[in-house]
Design a protein around this ligand. Structure first.
Ligand code: ZN
Length: 418
């Protein structure tokens, strides 16, 4: 090693400290049955944020807020003018949530910064982000903070968004002193972004693997369909003279599920079905159903979407009904992560002597917005209890959490020395 070379020791994550912080944060907004409710920009969310910021401050970070209230904490490297390596996630939750969703990524970032601060500084700064309102439960728009900072949503539009009581994001940010002047990331993109998150699904548990390299976030398409037939007496109307919208709906549901046979990677869920007038002795006159399509490949998603209307028209016709509405109500494209970044995560998993599993995320994450401004990857940590999430049943093992964050630390320090 020459005098100009730099040696940065591989950071060692303190799993117990990570676990203790997860426990302490879960006490803020704790529900009587052991769940957590920290809806975005409520008192509980702000209190959680202040606790995390206090921990970040202990590492020697400079902490600031941007125009949507995202927390940005920077631990300067030896060349602080270089774009930093950013780690992050969120601490807001849905109602009656668990303690890991989002918090693992944020508290993992705290641990990485803490371990790096205690050793030799890398070239690049390491930064941690706590993104405002990832869940979207309260203000109706998910990934709010990450969308704004990545230039995907106008700050003014986000700030004007109101909750059910008419309180705006801006009012709530001001109330909690979270509105700041730090520049948005879109104007100064990080060198790379990493996020550790619980899987929120059963794949790793079933595969007996503690961690995975996430390939990207799958795309989602929601459609609402209304079928119209005719109400009729359930006894007096012969079967062949009915225009049963409920039967058409049930048939359509089966045909929609069959789309998965022709479209690899596609998932289909019909989550809401309703018939009118909804009486035991009346043939349904109208039926509504929602369709949730997801796929990692945009081409697959587009093909499946384009199949919905012709299928619904055909099924409606067969049952003497009409397709009245077929409206797309939400759409996000798949977000593939940077292949070289995913490989880095996979290599670290291998280096720990574990088989590498690559996995698409079925849930949305702040990381999908970051893909638009910098190379991005995620580490998934095994969920317990059949992968249940957004519930107090959400659980992960301490050793799995520590391993996921350790992998993130190793990749982050490698990147920070580039
Ligand atoms: Zn999350």
């Amino acid at each position: 090693m020459t005098g100009t070379s730099r040696r940065t020791t591989t950071p060692k994550i303190d799993g117990q400290s990570l676990w203790n912080r997860l426990d302490a944060l879960s006490k803020i907004g704790e529900t009587s049955d052991g769940g957590v409710t920290r809806l975005a920009l409520t008192e509980e969310d702000a209190q959680g944020r202040r606790l995390v910021e206090a921990w970040l401050a202990e590492t020697g970070c400079e902490i600031s807020h941007d125009a949507i209230g995202n927390t940005i904490a920077v631990l300067p490297g030896t060349e602080p003018d270089l774009p930093p390596v950013l780690l992050g996630s969120h601490v807001d939750s849905v109602a009656n949530a668990g303690r890991f969703d989002g918090c693992l990524g944020v508290l993992g970032a705290v641990e990485v910064l803490r371990s790096v601060a205690a050793g030799t500084r890398p070239r690049r700064s390491l930064a941690a982000a706590v993104f405002t309102d990832e869940e979207g439960t309260r203000f109706g728009r998910d990934l709010l903070g990450s969308s704004v900072t990545c230039g995907l949503l106008e700050p003014a539009k986000a700030l004007a968004t109101a909750d059910a009581d008419g309180r705006t994001v801006e009012q709530e940010l001001r109330r909690h002193d979270l509105l700041g002047t730090a520049p948005l990331l879109v104007g100064r993109p990080p060198h790379a972004y990493l996020e550790t998150h619980v899987e929120q699904g059963p794949v790793l548990l079933r595969g007996k693997l503690p961690v995975a390299a996430v390939t990207g976030v799958i795309g989602t398409s929601w459609t609402r369909i209304t079928l119209t037939g005719a109400a009729a007496h359930a006894g007096a109307t012969p079967m062949d003279m009915r225009r049963d919208a409920g039967l058409a709906m049930a048939t359509l549901r089966l045909r929609l599920h069959a789309l998965t046979e022709d479209h690899p990677g596609l998932t289909v869920a019909v989550g809401a079905m309703d018939t009118h007038p909804g009486q035991v002795n009346v043939v349904p006159a109208t039926a509504t159903l929602t369709v949730d399509l997801r796929a990692p490949e945009e081409t697959v998603l587009v093909k499946a979407e384009s199949a919905i209307r012709p299928l619904a028209e055909k099924v409606a016709r067969t049952h003497g009904c009409e397709l009245t509405t077929c409206d797309q109500i939400s759409r996000t494209a798949p977000a593939a992560f940077d292949p070289a970044m995913v490989d880095r995560v996979a290599e670290r998993i291998s280096a720990h002597g574990l088989p590498v599993r690559r996995l698409w995320s079925g849930a949305g994450h702040d990381a999908q917005q970051l893909t638009t401004i910098c190379p991005t990857a995620m580490v998934f940590v095994r969920s317990q209890h059949d992968g249940i999430s957004h519930s107090r049943e959400e659980w992960s093992l301490p050793e799995d959490c520590a391993l996921g964050v350790q992998l993130m630390a190793e990749v982050a320090v490698d990147l920070a020395n580039e």
